[in-house]
Each structure stands twice: as structure tokens, then as C-alpha cells.
Design a protein around this ligand. Structure first.
Ligand code: 6PG
Length: 469
């Protein structure tokens, strides 16, 4: 009998997802060029008698129709070359599922090209890392809805579950699955940066030890801030280095790397003219961190002043409020971007379903996602999370802490780009009349770019400097 699904790429993610599928009772197989990867799958999947092929023809021949072929290979040109190798071997109606972090524009193009040849192409985001793949990730598939029916059962079986609900849902047409995964990663970048800034404040404004920082994070993680990233962060501050006996975190270079998904989120937000400044700051600050030599030199030119915090317990209470405020804001920005993309690209996104499948399995899973889920369930067309009455009540309550922490940081000279941007974003968005009238006046003054009036329809131009010839 033939296999229900075949995985191409048996690296960490592909192998673990395949093992997860086998655990759930599906007849699955794999393909990899590298015999070592095949060997590893056979060893890890011994109890299920998992097999894999090193011949693409044999692999394709072993799959039932319509074929479900999942790719977990590095994003970029490799995806295209695998597709080209596959094409001559496929039949109309077969389904290719690209589960890597591909750029959504690549996915749109591939889906269009393949649709012309009768092949269903799915761009599918998978979040949760190695553990998630093995025991339950959050899954974001986008593509042809009818073809999704062929994958639903297997995806629901392997995904994470929250209150019995699977953390997978059909996201929408085209590249919407990869788009939503990209925005997930943008929010991930923002949350990571916020946690890093909270750490910086505890370390440098409060002069807390790693043990104290660990305790604070652990306490927060038992409350409304509970989240996977906070849990990970808490554990990092208890992790000892074998080599030195100290805390490993202190021995890690302060230069952050990235693979591009955060940057893509920022780039798209500029294209769609939908601001997500806290995510942008998270992307930029990773890049800024790479200028180590310049930073060290400038730290001598502009030495850090001392600023003592009077009541440390109070500061910690405010920092918890500030973090909550900024985390809410990061989700709000990401969801606002999804709201806009849904209109611009006609993705028809269901934001409450997206919040629902982010509640478990993924890197940005957090207690707060339940609130987001409820807000969008109640109001599916909600434009912005800030506009929900329940969220507004929360923000009002924690705003004083947010203002206090950002003020402290600004006065001390400690950099809090993500916190500060979250607060100014909020302040700008709740401004009924912004000073943007001046921008329009300036544009019209030097470039005759015209302006609109508050008291009349149409566009206008003023002769701003009649004295000059
Ligand atoms: C996930 C992660 C995953 C990966 C990112 C990290 O949802 O499981 O987001 O996709 O960890 O690619 O991205 P950077 O290397 O850019 O930090």
C-alpha cells in the first residue's frame, strides 16, 4: 500500500514533523539526497518502521494519489530547484506544500506557475521550532481551499492543541499562509527585543544579578505576561556555563543575527503604508548591535551617566506594566498589518482564527492571545486591537507604568527603542488632530504638492512666498 504523505528534506524540522505524523498513525515516508539523513530518520523512527528514499522516482512512485509532498528545505532557490525536479514526475491534482520560511511573493509566483500545470501549491508556515515539529506546532497553510481538504486531517492531527482545538486553520488563498507566518515572526522579533530591554533595565538601572532577574521573569511568567518567550528567557537566566561556571548569558557576544523574516515584515509594512514601528525597532536594533566597534568607541566619547532608581520594587511593578503594554502593542501592530494585507491582497483573513491557532505550538504563544482571540471573535472586522473595549480598559490601567519606565530610561540614557516606540505609537494613534497639516503645508510650499482643507472639498495650492519673483 502507498504512503499518504512524503517529506522532502529530512533535516531537523522535516524529520521531526515526519515522526510526529507517524506517531499519529499516518503512513508517511521521506526523501533526502543525503544518506546520513535517511539513516537518522530510520533510527529515530524505528518503532514506526519509517523508511525514506534516496531516489526521487521511487519516492514519488510510493505516494498515493493525489500526492501530498511536503518540502522542508531551506527557503530560496533550493525550493525552485526541487520543484523543477519534481514536475516531470507529478500528475495533475498533486499537492506540493512548502513548509519553510519562504518569502510570500515567491510563494505567490510559484502557486501561479504551478496552478497552470494543475498542481496545487501550498505555502505553509510552521512555528514552534524542533520541539513544536516533533510534538505539536502551530501551522499556517495558505492556498487552494479545496486542496486543503486533502491535508486537513493530517495537519489537525499533528498540530498543537489548545482546549482540544487544533492550532491549524485554513488561512486563505495564495501566499496568505507564508504572509501570516512572516508577521508572526515580526511579532516574535518585537517580543524578544522587549524582553532584552527589560533585562537591560534590570541589569543596568537596578543593578540586579542574574539570579534576581531570573526571579522577576519567573514571577511575571506566572501572571498575565505568561508566554513561551518569557519562559525561555526565564530559563536562560538560570543556565550555567560549563566552561566558566558563570551564567552563559554573560559570555554570549552582544551582536544579534537574523535570517530575514523580521526584515521582510518591516519591508512589507512600508509597502502597504501600515506602520509597525515596534517591530521595525526590533529589526533595526538587531542590526545596530552588529556595530560593536563603533558602539565601544562611542561609549567612551559619551559615557553612561548614573541614575539611581528610588524604589526598586515599584520600578519592577511598573516594568511589568510597561512590558505588558508593549507586548499588547506588538501584537496590535502585527494584526493591523494582517488586517491591511487582507484588504490589499484579498486574503480574506480571519483574525480570530489566526489568534486561535497562535495560542499554542508557536513561538509567540502567550496567555494574552486568549484576549486577542476573544476580541476578534466578538468583532471579526475590528480594525485595530486598541479599539476593543476590553483591551482599552487594560491599556488605561497599565499606561502609567509604561510612561514611568520610558521616562526613567530616557533620563538615564538607557536605550529602550522598542518600549519607546510602542509608547509613541500609542500616543500618535490616539491623537485626533496630528501636526501633519504642517507637513502638507511644507510640501505645498516647496513643491506645490497641494493640500486638502478642513473646511472645503478638493485640493488647493497656496502662493506661500508672494514677495519672491
Ligand atoms: C518559529 C521561528 C522560526 C525561526 C526563525 C528565527 O516560528 O518557529 O520563527 O521560524 O526560529 O526563523 O528567525 P531569525 O533567525 O531571523 O531570528
Amino acid at each position: 500500500s502507498k504512503f499518504t504523505l512524503g517529506m522532502i528534506g529530512l533535516g531537523t524540522m522535516g524529520r521531526n514533523l515526519l515522526l510526529n505524523m507517524a506517531d499519529k498513525g499516518f503512513a508517511v515516508t521521506g526523501y533526502d539526497k543525503d544518506p546520513k539523513m535517511i539513516q537518522k530518520l530510520k533510527e529515530d523512527g524505528a518503532k514506526h518502521n519509517l523508511t525514506a528514499y534516496s531516489s526521487l522516482e521511487d519516492f514519488i512512485g510510493s505516494l498515493e494519489l493525489p500526492r501530498r509532498i511536503m518540502l522542508l528545505v531551506p527557503a530560496g532557490p533550493i525550493v525552485d530547484s526541487v520543484i523543477q525536479e519534481l514536475l516531470p514526475l507529478l500528475d495533475k491534482g498533486d499537492i506540493i506544500i512548502d513548509s519553510g520560511n519562504s518569502h510570500f511573493t515567491d510563494t505567490s509566483k510559484r502557486a501561479e506557475d504551478l496552478a497552470g500545470q494543475g498542481i496545487h501549491f501550498f505555502g505553509m508556515g510552521i512555528s514552534g521550532g524542533e520541539e513544536g515539529a516533533r510534538f505539536g506546532p502551530s501551522i499556517m497553510p495558505g492556498g487552494d481551499k479545496t486542496a486543503y481538504g486533502e491535508m486537513k486531517e493530517i495537519l489537525e492531527a499533528v498540530s498543537a492543541k489548545v482546549n482540544g482545538d487544533p492550532c491549524v486553520a485554513y488561512i486563505g488563498p495564495g501566499a496568505s499562509g507564508h504572509f501570516v507566518k512572516m508577521v508572526h515572526n515580526g511579532i516574535e522579533y518585537a517580543m524578544m527585543q522587549l524582553l532584552a530591554e527589560a533585562y537591560d533595565l534590570m541589569k543596568n538601572a537596578l543593578e540586579y544579578s542574574n539570579e534576581q532577574i531570573h526571579e522577576v521573569f519567573a514571577k511575571w511568567n506566572n501572571g498575565r505576561l505568561q508566554s513561551f518567550l518569557l519562559e525561555v528567557t526565564t530559563d536562560i537566566f538560570a543556565f550555567k556555563d560549563e566552561k566558566t561556571g558563570g551564567y552563559l548569558v554573560d559570555y554570549i557576544k552582544d551582536e544579534a543575527k537574523s535570517k530575514g523574516t523580521g526584515k521582510w515584515t518591516s519591508q512589507v509594512s512600508m509597502d502597504l503604508q501600515l506602520p509597525i514601528p515596534t517591530i521595525n525597532e526590533a529589526v533595526s536594533t538587531r542590526d545596530l548591535s552588529k556595530f560593536k566597534n563603533l558602539r565601544v568607541a562611542l561609549s567612551k566619547t559619551y559615557p553612561q551617566g548614573k541614575y539611581t532608581v528610588g524604589d526598586k520594587d515599584q520600578f519592577i511593578a511598573e516594568l511589568e506594566q510597561a512590558l505588558y503594554f508593549a507586548v499588547i502593542t506588538s501584537y496590535a501592530q502585527g494584526l493591523h498589518l494582517l488586517w491591511q494585507a487582507s484588504i490589499t491582497y484579498d486574503y480574506k483573513l480571519n483574525l480570530h482564527e489566526i489568534a486561535q491557532i497562535w495560542r499554542g505550538g508557536c513561538i509567540i504563544r502567550a496567555a494574552f492571545l486568549e484576549d486577542i482571540y476573544q476580541a476578534y471573535k466578538k468583532q471579526p472586522d475590528l480594525e485595530h486591537l486598541y479599539a476593543d473595549a476590553g483591551i482599552a480598559k487594560k491599556l488605561e490601567e497599565i499606561l502609567p507604568g509604561m510612561r514611568s519606565v520610558v521616562s526613567h530610561s530616557v533620563l538615564t540614557g538607557l536605550a529602550v527603542p522598542a518600549f519607546a516606540s510602542a509608547l509613541t505609537y500609542f500616543d500618535a494613534l490616539k491623537t485626533a488632530r496630528m501636526p501633519s497639516n504642517l507637513i502638507q503645508a511644507q510640501r505645498d510650499f516647496f513643491g506645490a504638492h497641494l493640500f486638502e482643507r478642513t473646511d472645503a472639498e478638493g485640493t488647493f495650492h497656496a502662493i506661500w512666498n508672494p514677495a519672491k519673483p
